[in-house]
Design a protein around this ligand. Sequence first.
Ligand code: HEM
Length: 506
Amino acid sequence: MSLCIWACNPLWCCMDMRQSKMLSFPMVRSLLEEEDSQEATPYLENTHYCTAFCHNSCQEENIKNTVLILTCLLLLSHWKWSSKRGKLPPGPTPLPIISNIHQINVKNVHQSFTNFSKIYGPVFTLYLGMKPTVVLYGYEAIKEALIGHGEEFNGRARIPIFDMVLKGGVAFSNGKAWKETRHFSFTTLRKLGMGQRSIENHIQEEARFLVEELKKTNGSPYDPTFILACVPCNVVCSIIFQNRFEYKDQDFVSLLEKLNENAKILSTLWVQVCNIFHVLIDYCPGNHNTLYKNFTCLQNYLLTKIKEHEKSLDVTNPRDFIDYFLIKEMQHPHVTAKVQEEIDRVIGRQRSLCMQDRKQMPYTDAMIHEVQRFMVISPNGLPHEVTCDTKFRNYLIPKGTTIITSLSSVLYDSNEFPNPETFDPAHFLDAKGNFKKSDYFMPFSTGKRMCLGEGLTQMELFLFLTTILQNFKLKSLDHPNDINDTLLVNEFIVLPPPFQLCFIPV
Ligand code: HEM
């Protein structure tokens, strides 16, 4: 981040040529305004340096003029910004060009938003680049906007880094096109079995393949990231293409490698900078080009398959919850023991699990919800935008303003989930140990643009995770306290760190 700010900083800093030290803008101005600058005197006294001084003096004159022009430009742009704010919610004053970026900790955006919300309240404005962005922080603000004002807040904001490759489609379209695509996707996914018994069969079948694959590791240390990415992806493929892939299938392996590489690229600071300063995307080299290349390959592959099957849908990969679940299980062996005890009591070791079992497994259900709450796979959802000038609370948000919904602020609400920073399935249990639903459980967002894959993901998580624990004891290579669970956070998603563990058959 400092690099990016530094690149934009010539407006604010200039180099003192004489002493090769950095001077801040106000220092330079005061230096230049002092007609008989003390700083210049030693040079005046030394005739040997007369030529050098003349050169310096001209330079100073130039700098003075440049600074004056820049000051006017900065004041003008600041005035323009302030006047444009109109009745937007309050927020920190942006600096020209770098806007509010320097005030956001990219490694912990949630913390930065929490700090802003303490000063400006639950609805505040940030400038990320030239455009204002309104941030909704906390359950009340998000619910009021996405449900109470659903129609106005259901636009999807432009995400420049995706623009080149993901034009349209349900997630990135707006207006009539979005309504039609969403309706089509929803009804088609349902017809293909999403949220129903037929898809449950696909997931159960995939869970059996997973168990066979994990058994092959013979309890030796193993990084399950790749196989865990294959499993949910295969379910989606089985819905879309009507057939699953072998885990070693070359097409499948390269599809997943590209998805994984893209997830990593999306985590880089460079991509986030590109999203704010769009112009970099077209004119600069960088890993965003690999992102496009990979997306294009994926799209071409899907297009070939679509042509083959004449059915089109999206592939989204929710592997990260399962990885993270395993990390949490290793860190909290007592939680795993309780889940396994529940599995033994309700299902036993022989029978395959089904969704019906979930009702009788409140602790397992609570644990799966807690992983999703704790991990917050999509801390700020996907950006929305208001579809018309919108009166919200006491503010007037102009049409087209980007809206960020801080889902992490809801999932880490300390009134709803006491000690939110602690992983504890009890957040979803009542005093009697029954599963307790919470309106604050919004990892998939809420309202009209809520994630279309929620039902499928919930079903997969329950069936895959319980099947793993029904068949294996998990053994960590490190002491539970030494296990690294630091998430790799980016603007869109969160990824668990690489890890290894042993799957010991039971
Ligand atoms: C780890 C699991 C997943 C999480 C946490 C997740 C989360 C989200 C979130 C937060 C949004 C943005 C909602 C908004 O704009 O307010 C979203 C949108 C979306 N998700 Fe997911 N998702 C997951 C898996 C899936 C899967 C498996 C599918 C496909 C079967 C899917 C399909 C979609 C679609 C199509 C949208 C765009 C909806 C729209 O713009 O109308 N997601 N998801």
